[in-house]
Every structure is written in structure tokens, then in C-alpha cells.
Design a protein around this ligand. Sequence first.
Ligand SMILES: [Fe+2]
Ligand SMILES: [Fe+2]
Length: 307
Amino acid sequence: MAAFRPLFIFKISENTYRTIHESGTACLGSSQDRTGSPEGVIDIKVLFIGDIVGSTGRKALKASLPELKSKYNPHIIIANGENAASGRGITSAIANEFFNWGIHGITLGNHTWDNKDIFEFIDDEPRMIRPANFPPGTPGRGYTVIKANGKQLAIVNLQGRTFLPAIDCPFRTADDIVETLRQKHKCILVDFHAEATSEKIAMGWHLEGRASMVVGTHTHVQSNDDTILPGGTAYITDTGMVGSKEGILGMQRDAVMYKFKTQLPARFQVDEGKWQFHAVCVDMDEETGKARKIQKIRMYEDEWRMD
Ligand SMILES: [Fe+2]
Ligand SMILES: [Fe+2]
């Protein structure tokens, strides 16, 4: 684990300090240890990977996971797979490939139903969740508990309603699920799959102190606002994506530009250019469920750079 040089340390309450690191890591520590590693705290480290887009994203995932595992030593790895099959949904073969590579849980989003294969296995796959605020009776589940490497993490998937289909309220759904989960689980991850930055930031504050981490997906563009909210919730508006950096959101740019310019229908295909890999690694206190550190991860095929 690389050492990170603190740039600023400032007091936010009597016993709590916020530390901003050179690498972009945000930490919440105690007065006993301002680096965010108080003695005696039991850690759980979670790697959360943004939307994996098509064959390029899958190639990037396979290539990157061994190095990520050895660098960050995550106990649990969760990935958003809503675009894994040609940019549209996910198949059981792809999901099983992810599980074989070491992914422990998969979240989805507005592309959940794009590949009809999903209906054959989503009810029988407890490690995969789709947005919990889809209408009642929808196949699959909106939350689950992942157990791996002696750790437990409850994961919840929600979808926003701004610039996306009008589904049930994600805030009230979050209240119901998170309060139920908190009766048994301290460590809770919420993947909020949404378009509007305001809706995502609102969800971060809505679940502040109740979820260990609220991480955004869907825009495929990693945001630069990773932080630990005062109640101990790690937050980022969008985790980013895993797929071609030479396309547009992972798809071939010619078709996307054609559609913008002509307003005519166009068939989007996964771009096969050099990949980028976006994720976050969150360190949380297993006993309290409070996050202590969030670190953005950006890697590129041609540079193999890890921030
Ligand atoms: Fe999406
Ligand atoms: Fe996506």
C-alpha cells in the first residue's frame, strides 16, 4: 500500500479531522491518528468498479484485476455490469466470467433488461442486483449481502429519476432498505445509478451516516468530488467506467456524433480503442460501518497509470 502525503489537515469537530492527500484520497480520522488509521479498528476494504462497457471493458477488467488486487488488497470487489454485453445489459456467461475473475457482486442500472438473457438467471443469482426502486414485482432483487474473505457487505442498487424513466422514489426506497439492513449490517454500499449530479449529491447527504459508501454510476465520467461526508459516508458523484477511452462513453464515436448532428437513429457499437479503468477503493471500519478513506482509481492501457 503506497504512502500518501497529506496536503491539508483541518479540524471539523472536537475529535475529528479531515485530511486531504496529494493523491486525491479523502480520509476521516480521529484525533489519535489523523491519517485515518486509529489503532484497534477492524477494516474492511471495498473496491467498487464503474460501468464495464462491452468487450473492451471486459478485456480491461481481466487485465487490471490482478494488479489492483495486489496493490489495494480489497476484501470485497463490486462492479457495475449494466453495459457489459455489447454495451447493453449482461449475460449469465459474462456474469460468471466476472465472478471467476474475483468480482463478488454485480450492480446494474437502466440497461438491466437490454439483453433478454437476464430474465433466465437474475432471479437465481443472489450476487447480482438491479435498481431496487423498479416497480414491485420486477424480476431480481434490489439489495443483497455479499460475503467474501471473512467480511460482509450489504449492497443496494438505486436508480435516479432525473433525465431517466419515472420509477419509484429512490429516496424513500433507500430509507426502507437501508433501515432494514442496518438492523443486522454495519457496512452498506449504495450504487446510485443516476444522470443528474444534483440528485446524486442529494442521495449522498440523504444517506450520510447511514450508508458506509454512496457511489454514483451511469454517466461513465469519473467525477472529482470523492469525499468522506461528516457522518462517515464515502461519496463520489460518479465512479466512471471501464471501456474504451477513444470512443464516447465507451461506444464508437462516429455513430454517436452522427446522431447528435442529424437527430437520426444510429446503432451504437462498443469501441475497441485503448481502454481506461475507473474505480474507487473505500476503507471502512467494520465495527461501526463508517468509511475512513476513499481513493479514486484511474488506469489507462497505454500509460498503465494508477493514481
Ligand atoms: Fe446507465
Ligand atoms: Fe452505464
